[in-house]
Design a protein around this ligand. Structure first.
Ligand SMILES: Cc1ncc(COP(=O)(O)O)c(C=O)c1O
Length: 297
């Protein structure tokens, strides 16, 4: 049985996780080294030269992510936004245009509008669940990316990925799906025609609220080459400890998503039985947040 024929949970546990040959340790060791000894000038061992360019612990996670999303190449980053930034810089240029959901995660909109907008990349937010609105917003040969979260954060809107892929491709654009909320356990956008999957692995993939990270997964070698170049050239890679924690989280993604789904179903049914509940009773009376000196959102 090839790795890709194995079931989701088997791939989650084994993809990229070959045992360590010297001791037989079933969990691959963590590699914290920043640089690697060479067998003479240019004599790299397995291609490893410097930690920004490659690290075995990060590679193990990348292999695991690609196997779970049904991609050929995955790239692990220090945060979801770092992944998004590298992806956009790999495929878009000043003068290009992005169509994105009008309820996309606020940080994604801030990156596209306030950071990349300053570098000449335009954007149009639309209701992604309305395909006619998307078709009207894309500009043929100018829109480089159609960007969708489905389900979206926080409105939980759902978009038909296959239909959206057609709209994007007809305009010569790539379809990027932020799969953070469904996770590859519940949805694999590449199989539905998306060109790129992005993740904030900080959420369900990491799963334990102890690591911030991001990922990009693709199934096209040319696209992978461009993204790999930016990952290396810009350098927002995940560190070995973060990569290890994310790999460990991924191994239990399936069982956690089953439980999340059961819990969400139970809450939805509980609410359905109480149609008169006021929104403030559901939210509870939350204390007002103190102001802080963090950067403006
Ligand atoms: C859907 C979605 N995409 C991207 C991000 C950004 O990820 P990160 O916080 O890991 O940078 C988030 C963060 O909340 C998110 O919810």
């Amino acid at each position: 049985m090839s790795a890709n024929e194995a079931g989701f949970n088997t791939r989650a546990v084994h993809a990229g996780q070959a045992f360590e040959p010297r001791t037989g340790a079933v969990v691959p060791p963590l590699h914290f080294s920043s640089t690697y000894a060479q067998d003479g000038i240019g004599g790299l061992r397995d291609g490893y030269e410097y930690g920004r360019g490659g690290n075995p612990t990060r590679d193990a996670l990348q292999e695991q992510l690609a196997a779970l999303e049904g991609g050929t190449h995955a790239f692990s980053f220090s945060s979801g936004l770092a992944a998004e930034d590298s992806l956009i810089r790999a495929v878009a240029r000043p003068g290009d245009h992005i169509v994105l959901g009008n309820d996309a995660y606020g940080g994604t909109y801030r990156l596209i509008n306030r950071v990349l907008g300053e570098w000449g990349i335009g954007n149009t937010p639309v209701d992604m669940s309305n395909l006619n609105a998307v078709a009207a917003a894309v500009a043929v040969n100018k829109t480089r990316i159609v960007w969708v979260e489905t389900p979206s954060n926080p409105m939980m809107k759902i978009t038909d990925i296959e239909a959206l892929a057609k709209v994007a491709h007809d305009a010569g654009a790539l379809l990027v799906v932020d799969n953070t909320f469904a996770s590859p356990y519940l949805q694999t956008p590449l199989a539905l025609g998306a060109d790129v999957v992005v993740h904030s692995t900080t959420k369900y993939i990491g799963g334990h609220s102890d690591v911030v990270g991001g990922a990009i997964v693709v199934k096209d070698a040319e696209l992978a080459e461009k993204i790999g170049f930016v990952q290396f050239a810009v350098g927002a890679v995940s560190g070995p400890m973060d990569a290890f924690l994310t790999t460990r989280g991924l191994k239990t993604l399936g069982v956690r998503m089953d439980r999340h789904s059961e819990n969400a179903q139970a809450v939805a049914e509980w609410l359905l039985e109480r149609p008169r509940l006021k929104p403030c009773c559901i939210r509870g009376c939350l204390p007002t947040r103190a102001t802080s000196s963090r950067p403006s959102r």
